[in-house]
Design a protein around this ligand. Structure first.
Ligand SMILES: Nc1ncnc2c1ncn2[C@@H]1O[C@H](COP(=O)(O)OP(=O)(O)OP(=O)(O)O)[C@@H](O)[C@H]1O
Length: 576
């Protein structure tokens, strides 16, 4: 009965609408069964020695009315059912979308992005198909069988009992077919996700596959995955199939068995010809909904697998915000004995540092020392294991996410652009930004010139992940976003690494202007650009090893001076 719980879980607050749809299907199946009753009445009248023609006409008119009402209710229940289905799937997709937004990056990264897209698209689609096609069949199957059986019991309980027995005999077959669908259905859904993941990688990584001449190997992998999917699809269809066929055969056998008994009772004179004929007609009508039910009931089990995955996604840990009455006094950021690990890999150990407001601070260290991690922790992409991170004296775990995100502008190492126009890509930083503000931000980020040179200017589509733009152009757009957002905290992670020297110079100037009343943290591998910065933190081996101004650090013995000297040496390096 887990599947009922699962269905109710997915339906959520729409239970009332669901029961309305159910009641329409119920009325519909009642009408279908009742029309069989009218047919029997016609038959009874016809088999009388002197049939009452007038009564037969009345019955036929009644039957016609029933059929019209049935048609009306059927189209109404179809409409209600479709409306309900698309409402549930829309709500479900929105619920999943919001849930994904609330996940910490740690939870989010536990699964491949194809998992989320297959949950949102394919699994919800399975659910959609089930609700729009299978639920009506299952409900009308169950209720039609129920109503017809009641009617048959009124006619002759002995024959009705034989048919009931026949129906119960198929239960073990359904049970085993269900187990098979549960098992192979799960594997099938997983294989589908695996296939979409590989296709995605195959397309996205094409540039690298070509440059490393690796396409052939990747194609063989893809072929294997496609074969695996084919085999799982085949198993899903083939293994439960014979059991369902056997169930059909058992139903037909039960019907034949019933005929044998009916003939026996007829010979015994305990069954009249009228009842015998009625049983033959209506009893046979019982088989149709049973068959439809059997096929669609398996769909239910397949859908159950999809719901289990949807539930799994909804159970992934979201970021929690603790209640607090404390106000943010300013935008100073402080780390107090912070330790952090990615799963089991410790990256930061007992780090304590302060990034003062109205000031620029910098993080320096070798590659992989945890600089980007520190910026991610400020934005609460992950939660720390130990210690406290505070903004203006308030623990970030107590700051509502919306307000935390709106306080931070971030320029990431990797720029992500949406497959939209340049204008809309910049505007994501400030929903209600005016055109003037966007142009101003572009001027500061030194990207107005290149945008205006494009044929469609701001309306140019950047392509998937910004493929139509160069690395430097993408980076400037991402800087323009930060200027536009104008948040009190600015986090710059190698923000100018893809730029030529001229652009880098002008943007740095803009950044320095921007930082007057902000808390700015810069990560830069080119240490020379940190000249004049008072707060530089040097990380090494998970710990903070040096702190101080550029002037002091460049003269003191330590990692900073060593890094600086290597940079000087690399500048003087030449191909001999
Ligand atoms: N999502 C993640 N899951 C697991 N480990 C991660 C993850 N992100 C980063 N790491 C690891 O954490 C360590 C610190 O990474 P981080 O990106 O913070 O370093 P960084 O100092 O910014 O490096 P770089 O200067 O090369 O950008 C690295 O060893 C990296 O492999």
């Amino acid at each position: 009965m887990n599947f009922i719980k699962n269905i109710l879980f997915v339906i959520g607050d729409l239970k009332k609408e669901f029961f309305k749809v159910l009641s329409f299907h119920l009325i519909h199946s009642f009408l279908i069964s009742s029309s069989s009753g009218i047919l029997v009445a016609v038959l009874w009248e016809l088999l009388k020695p002197t049939p009452d023609k007038k009564f037969i006409y009345i019955l036929i008119i009644l039957l016609a009315v029933f059929l019209i009402v049935q048609l009306f209710i059927s189209s109404l229940s179809y409409k209600k059912s479709s409306k309900f289905t698309f409402l549930v799937s829309q709500e479900l997709r929105m619920k999943l979308g919001i849930h994904i937004y609330k996940l910490s990056l740690g939870s989010l990264k536990e699964k491949h992005s194809s998992y989320y897209s297959s949950c949102l698209l394919q699994d919800v689609r399975i659910f959609e198909n089930f609700f729009s096609h299978s639920i009506p069949n299952i409900i009308s199957g169950v209720f039609s069988v129920f109503f017809i059986l009641i009617f048959l019991y009124f006619l002759d309980y002995r024959l009705a009992f034989i048919l009931t027995l026949g129906i119960f005999l198929i239960v073990p077959f359904i049970y085993f077919a269900n187990l098979i669908v549960m098992y192979f259905g799960k594997k099938h859904i997983e294989a589908k996700e695996e296939m979409s993941r590989h296709f995605l990688e195959y397309c996205e990584g094409m540039k690298y596959l070509k440059s490393f001449n690796y396409i052939h190997k990747k194609y063989i992998d893809l072929e294997k995955i496609l074969k695996d999917f084919k085999s799982k699809s085949f198993k899903l269809e083939m293994f439960p199939g014979p059991l369902i066929l056997l169930s059909f055969i058992f139903c037909e056998l039960a019907f034949l068995f019933m005929i044998l008994y009916a003939l026996k009772y007829f010979e015994d004179k305990t069954l009249s010809i009228t009842f015998l004929m009625s049983f033959l007609i209506i009893g046979y009508r019982l088989l149709e909904p049973i068959k439809v039910f059997l096929v669609d009931f398996l769909e239910l089990k397949y859908m159950n697998n999809a719901i289990i995955r949807i539930k799994e996604l909804l159970e992934l840990q979201t970021i929690k915000v603790r209640k607090s009455n404390k106000e943010i006094k300013n935008y100073e950021i402080s780390f107090e004995n912070v330790s952090f690990s990615y799963k089991n890999k410790e990256v930061l150990k007992n780090i304590s540092l302060t990034f003062p407001c109205n000031n620029i601070s910098a993080l320096v260290g070798l590659s992989g020392e945890g600089k980007t991690t520190i910026l991610s922790l400020i934005a609460r992409f992950w939660d720390i294991d130990k210690g406290e991170i505070k903004i203006g004296g308030k623990n970030i775990k107590e700051i509502p996410l919306e307000s935390l995100y709106s306080s931070i502008s971030q320029v990431f190492q990797e720029v992500y652009l949406f497959d939209d126009t340049i204008y809309n890509n910049i505007k994501i930083a400030k929903e209600n930004a005016t055109e003037k503000e966007i142009v101003e931000a572009c001027k500061k980020a030194n990207c107005l010139q290149f945008i205006e040179k494009l044929e469609k200017g701001f309306e140019t589509k950047v392509g998937e992940k910004g493929v139509n733009l160069s690395g430097g152009e993408k980076q400037r757009i991402s800087i323009a976003r930060a200027f536009l957002k104008d948040a009190p905290i600015l986090l710059l992670d190698e923000a100018t690494s893809s730029l030529d020297s001229i652009n880098e110079y002008f943007i740095q100037e803009s950044i320095y202007k921007l930082t007057k009343n902000k808390t700015v943290i810069i990560i830069a591998h080119k240490l020379k650009i940190l000249k004049g910065i008072e707060n530089i933190y040097v990380l090494h081996n998970k710990e903070l090893v040096q702190r101080g101004s550029f002037e002091v650090l460049s003269k003191s013995e330590g990692l900073f001076k060593e890094l600086l000297s290597y940079q000087d040496r690399s500048l003087n390096w030449e191909i001999s």
